[in-house]
Structure formats: structure tokens, C-alpha cells
Design a protein. Sequence first.
Length: 121
Amino acid sequence: MSWEQNIIIKSSAELALMREAGRVNALALAAVKDAQVITMDGCKLACATLNVRQAGGAVARDFTVLDVYRRNKALKPQGISELTDGGLALARALADEVVQKADELIAGGADHPQNNGGCYA
């Protein structure tokens, strides 16, 4: 049996990009660890919510686009590739709900057990 090795040698520029990606990832993990986080998911897979929980963050409130649409059925987006007036209004409705929750979290104060002085959205 032969084993094939696929060794790819990275350039200095590629290595620098990989280091920067690792640094950004570490900052993101530190931001959500032990913090209350608001997540917004575009589908049932809830990747944002799952990733925050896996990183050790507490999801204070998770929003899904579909749930916001169900609460605002009068807003009719015309598709997913372009935001029409209905899509923009739906995005505004979601933003308003997120802002309301963020304001509630901030009002909880810096001494809230999981607040760390603010909220990350």
C-alpha cells in the first residue's frame, strides 16, 4: 500500500495571513467567553448560536431571520439576492429587536454576573 503525501508549502504572505486569522480568532473567542452575546441566525442550523456556545459564551438572546419574518408577515421581501423595500423593512425590524435586547442587557449594568461591563453583538 502506498501513501501519498500532499505537502503544501506556504509562502511568507500566506503564513502572515494565517497568523492574522489566528489572532482574530483568539480575539473573537476572548470577546464571547463569559460574556452575554446576542446572535442572529439566517437558517435553522443556528451556526452563530452554536459557535458562541462552543466558544464558552452565554447566548443572552438568539434571533432567527425566519422568526422575525413570521412576526412581520406584512413585510414581503422579493428574494434573497437583493434587498428590496420589503427586505429592508424586515432587516430594520430585526435590527430594532436586537437593539431593544442590547439596551436591556446594558441596563443590567456592569455588575451583572455575565455582563463583563457591556454586551457584544
